[in-house]
Structure formats: C-alpha cells, structure tokens
Design a protein around this ligand. Structure first.
Ligand SMILES: [Zn+2]
Length: 117
C-alpha cells in the first residue's frame, strides 16, 4: 500500500472471506461491509473469516465506506523494540572506597588495594 495513513477499528468481526475481500461487522452502524484485502493493512488483526479484534484498513477505503475510525499515520508509529529492555539489566551494587574513591564491594569501606590486612 502506498498510502501512509490507516484507519483502525476496534472490536471487528470477520463474518466471511473470499480470496480478495473480507466481510466485517464492526463498531459502525448495523451493517456488514466488504473490504478488499488490498486495502487491509499488514497490522490488522482481522483478515480472515472468524477473526475478531482490531481491523486496520487504508484511509482511502474507510472514506469510501464513510466510516469513521482512528486515523493512524504509519510514519508516527513507534517501532517495536526487540531484545531485553533496559530495566531488565542487572545492576550490580557497588560501593566506593573511602581511601581512593575506586568502586569496591558495598560491604567494605575500602577496596582491596587500600585494605591494610
Ligand atoms: Zn581504595
């Protein structure tokens, strides 16, 4: 799809599907609407018969069907982060040596270098 804007509808149920289009019930009025699959976004949770959830379609088709949903600009979408998040990093507790200021184990007041014994 070349369009940068999509429209999101929540609580949509796909009632029927062909190889080219899906028939959906949604938060719009009491009617079922066909959406060409070419206008259904990759992010859509609904794209096959029986699917239920978030339907994401091109802004163009939403306008054609006179549907009002949440318009989402694909450019402004935050990228999904993969890998461990920063807060999961194990931070080792460290103390500071009273003699030289170097990091040392928190249970000791001085580091190994400064310790007399
Ligand atoms: Zn020290």
């Amino acid at each position: 799809m070349s369009d940068e804007e999509t429209v999101v509808f929540e609580n949509v149920t796909c009632k029927a599907a062909t190889s080219k289009a899906i028939l959906c019930m949604g938060p719009w009025e009491d009617r079922e609407i066909w959406f060409p699959l070419s206008q259904v976004d990759d992010d859509s949770e609904v794209f096959e018969k029986g699917h239920q959830g978030k339907l994401v379609v091109s802004k163009w088709i939403a306008e054609q069907k006179e549907l009002e949903g949440t318009v989402v600009s694909k450019k402004s979408k935050p990228k999904k982060k993969n890998g461990p998040s920063a807060d999961k990093k194990i931070t080792e507790k460290t103390g500071t040596c009273e003699e030289c200021g170097k990091p040392c184990k928190p249970q000791f007041r001085t580091c190994w270098d400064c310790r007399e014994d």
